[in-house]
Design a protein around this ligand. Structure first.
Ligand code: DX5
Ligand code: ZN
Length: 218
């Protein structure tokens, strides 16, 4: 079962819930929430108040992607705001293991993410502690960028490692995914597809979500 996680970063921030409510299909279960601090990445997006307010207005599984330095400082706030899964960046943590443990201590799911230039072997030792690994297929910071082709290889390497070691870890892929390239990403072994601009910047948002699910062929 492949799942879609549309990125709210591409919504109209003056009224994000209006864009989200355009999705009528019950196939969609989750939303991707990109938190940026202007330090780990050269952009600032939103924080826990924004997520908390969304939480009051929809029931989707909240897939929170923290692109912030030393995320351990804010795990509790993001959990309280309604995140069901918190993904931190390997490159942003002094102590990756403690950060993952802190997320798990709140009884929610934990993910680890790697930037395009980080090698798979740097993060494999953490895979038995997490529920998800997030492969960044663009440099984190902005929506609407072009998919970096060597991500295919990384997804394949992770798929092989996870299967060979019988790990219960989902592979999520984020950045530059469109209906035109998603099938290859799935054949590489992705379980969760993040897509921002190819969903919320479209005229027919619900139709676009349905198009993805048709391609997933679940
Ligand atoms: C980028 C974010 C992505 C972004 C994806 O740093 O992590 O989730 O919203 O946007 P698209 O799908 O437009 O590349
Ligand atoms: Zn993201």
């Amino acid at each position: 079962m492949v799942e879609l996680s549309p990125s709210v970063l591409s919504c109209n921030f003056a009224n994000p819930i209006a864009d989200i409510k355009k999705i009528k299909t019950d196939k969609l279960k989750m939303l991707h929430l990109d938190v940026m601090d202007g330090m780990f990445v050269p952009n600032i997006s939103f924080g826990f108040k924004f997520i908390k307010d969304l939480r009051k207005n929809c029931d989707y599984f909240f897939d929170t992607h923290l692109m912030i330095e030393e995320p351990i400082r804010y795990i509790e706030e993001f959990q309280k705001s309604g995140s069901d899964l918190i993904t931190i960046h390997y490159e942003a943590c002094k102590d990756v293991e403690s950060t993952i443990k802190k997320i798990k201590s709140f009884g929610i799911k934990a993910g680890i993410s790697l930037k395009p230039n980080t090698k798979v072997e740097e993060i494999t030792k953490y895979l038995d502690m997490v529920d998800l690994v997030l492969v960044m297929s663009v440099e984190p910071g902005f929506g609407g960028q072009k998919f970096i082709e060597n991500s295919h290889q990384k997804i394949r390497e992770l798929r092989e490692y996870i299967d060979n070691n019988n790990l219960d870890v989902k592979i999520e892929v984020d950045g530059g995914i469109k209906t035109t390239n998603v099938e290859k990403v799935i054949s590489d072994g992705a379980d969760i597809i993040v897509s921002g601009s190819d969903i919320f910047a479209k005229e027919d948002i619900n139709g676009q979500v349905l198009k993805y699910y048709e391609l997933f062929n679940n």
